[in-house]
Design a binder for this molecule. Structure first.
Ligand SMILES: Cc1cc2nc3c(=O)[nH]c(=O)nc-3n(C[C@H](O)[C@H](O)[C@H](O)COP(=O)(O)OP(=O)(O)OC[C@H]3O[C@@H](n4cnc5c(N)ncnc54)[C@H](O)[C@@H]3O)c2cc1C
Length: 553
């Protein structure tokens, strides 16, 4: 297998030699390292590499260079190898330029000179970036393959599941990839049986369920222990944070997720407001890091496994899983978040996954190359999706009911959208109809002011119109508000029937529900501030009260 490249550019030959030496010492077994003192030469080199079908994983460029500054070089390099990570080498006086580059060239890091000792100042950064790059790069010729029709809902579900569970796979479109036919012949099936998954050991799964697929790619689905100190339901940011803190504090911790870890955050193309990541990071990357962290501390994860019921026996909690099995535990943290609201348009359901997507911009973006696509909704997630899709699609149209995006989205996102030439905002408008044969072909738009309707061709419609809490499965076990959000702490205390159901001498703890020892964190909690940081904070904090509860019983 050909090794990917790391390319270094600095006109100061002494600095160039020093960084080349450090990088070579650390990475020579996994990467080829090319270094030059000329930005023009570097550009020619990467054009040649592209022609030879080679890959670049990382660019490290000095900012101040006579022929071309580092920002300009990285911008041009980005057009040729958009997936490569980019580091700008700067002097202290260039920090302002470097911060500008975060937006302009999607810079991943700016590294202040000097970087000695490299073990402290250089390698932690390069290890992180190369790890992230490797997680998305799929050069393995024996990798799991998904073969199907691009616009098939079944295929979409498998792709979303694998990418959400961080299982690398190669996508093969039966209509555009001549090699894909070979697998149909091996499996002795016709196109009507698609999708297929070809596993690393060459065995073929025909249209598998997520549970079967999960088991075959090595995801755990059965609990290993008879009793857990804490069971966390939902592996979004709140659940993942709770699991890190639970395991880290030595509690026997089980985390159960019904689809793919990461929750809503996993479909975020770029999170820019999470503390400590000035250049932003994708939801997939945040999830990858969080899973690695929690597994390192010893958390057991079951996925895809749905919790369907909780019952109580002598203070212990018994949860029933979708496969009929039970898990016993002393405490529970419910972190089931919220699920996308459906766009209620006659006939639209049949196109889910076949042109209509709920929060899947990052999974389907490549299929939108050169197309005109539509987004419904004007919140932050809709704007983020638009920004991401604009890198692939010819045109991205955001459809909003209100007159302006500024009424519903954060300032910085409104500004980013405004400055992106291929994003158009269609204001005062509702989507009222759709049509197509096997996949979405057009949508009907109605102007809310004039009532005028028109049909526009649409191959993809991404829906971001809010969400409702995932708590129906809980029945009446805990007290909820009229929309289904779970009441905790002081809110439980305010309930009219509090004295009837609460028998302890103490009041419910801040994140505790109306059942002692059952806690709720993140978006699912009544009154929570939606967002990743808040969910992470709440999940981490819940464990403190889990411990207090465990000391009492
Ligand atoms: C596209 C998009 C982009 C976003 N971008 C940002 C951003 O940039 N910054 C920001 O701060 N916020 C962002 N958000 C919001 C943020 O992602 C959420 O506020 C956050 O994920 C909430 O975390 P949570 O853990 O409470 O719930 P969720 O993320 O909703 O996770 C809940 C998890 O529980 C699982 N689950 C539900 N029921 C069950 C069950 N019965 N059994 C097992 N598992 C179950 C679900 O499958 C899910 O994985 C974005 C949201 C979206 C949709």
């Amino acid at each position: 297998m050909k090794l990917p490249y790391i390319i270094i550019i600095d006109d100061d030959t002494q600095v160039l030699r020093a960084i080349q030496r450090d990088i070579r010492n650390e990475y020579r077994d996994e990467y080829r390292i090319a270094a030059t003192d000329s930005a023009m030469e570097a550009l020619q080199l990467i054009k040649d590499l592209k022609l030879k079908n080679e890959t670049v994983a990382l660019f490290i460029s000095d900012q101040r260079m006579p022929e071309m500054d580092g920002m300009t070089f990285l911008e041009k390099a980005n057009e040729i190898f958009p997936a490569a990570k980019k580091i700008l080498l700067t002097a202290y006086s260039d920090i302002e330029a470097a911060i500008k580059a975060i937006n302009n060239v999607k810079l991943d890091y700016y590294l202040l000179k000097p970087w000695h000792p490299p073990e402290e100042k250089l390698f932690p950064v390069t290890n992180d970036l190369l790890g992230e790059w490797q997680a998305l790069y799929k050069p393995d010729p024996d990798a799991t393959r998904v073969i199907g029709f691009q616009w098939s809902p079944k295929t979409h579900r498998l792709k979303e599941f694998l990418s959400g569970n961080l299982v690398p796979y190669v996508w093969m479109d039966i209509e555009n990839d001549p090699e894909a036919d070979r697998y149909l012949t091996s499996a002795n099936v016709t196109k009507s049986s698609l999708p297929l998954v070809v596993l690393k050991d060459s065995s073929i799964l025909v249209d598998p369920s997520l549970t079967d697929l999960g088991a075959r790619v090595g995801l755990r689905q059965k609990a290993a222990k008879d009793m857990y100190d804490v069971l966390i339901i939902g592996a979004g940011p709140a659940g993942l944070a709770a699991s890190v803190y639970g395991s880290c504090e030595g509690l026997k911790t089980l985390l159960i997720e019904r689809s793919n870890p990461g929750g809503q955050a996993s479909s975020s193309a770029r999170i820019e407001n999470y503390l400590g990541f000035p250049t932003g990071l994708s939801g997939a990357e945040l999830t990858r890091r969080a899973i690695t962290q929690t597994l390192r501390f010893g958390t057991e994860i079951l996925t895809p496994t749905e919790v369907q019921d909780i019952s109580l026996t002598d203070g212990y909690k018994i949860t029933k899983l979708a496969d009929g099995s039970e898990v016993h535990c002393k405490t529970i943290v419910i972190a089931t978040g919220v699920a996308y609201r459906k766009l209620e348009i006659p006939g639209l359901d049949s196109f889910t996954g076949a042109g209509v997507y709920y929060g899947s911009a990052s999974v389907e973006a490549h299929a939108c190359r050169g197309e005109s696509v539509f987004i419904v909704g004007g919140g932050n997630s809709a704007c983020q999706a638009a920004m991401y899709l604009s890198r692939f699609a010819k045109e991205v149209n955001i459809i909003i009911r209100r007159p302006a995006l500024s009424e519903t989205a954060a300032n910085y996102l409104v500004e980013n959208v405004r400055m992106t030439p291929n994003i158009k905002v269609i204001a005062d408008t509702d989507v009222v109809g759709c049509s197509g044969t096997n996949f979405l072909e057009s949508i009907n738009l109605r102007n809310a002011k004039t009532g005028e309707e028109m049909s526009v061709p649409a191959k993809a419609l991404f829906v971001y119109i809010g969400a409702k809490p995932s708590t129906e499965w809980l029945g009446d076990l805990v007290v909820k508000d009229s929309k289904g959000f779970i009441l905790c702490g002081g809110e439980v205390l305010k309930d009219k029937s509090f004295d009837k159901f609460w028998k302890l001498k103490r009041d419910p703890y801040m994140p505790e529900t109306s059942v002692p020892g059952i806690f709720a964190s993140g978006d699912v909690r009544f009154g929570a501030t939606p967002g990743i940081s808040a969910a992470v904070g709440e999940g981490s904090m819940a464990i403190r009260f889990v411990r207090k509860y465990l000391q009492e019983v």
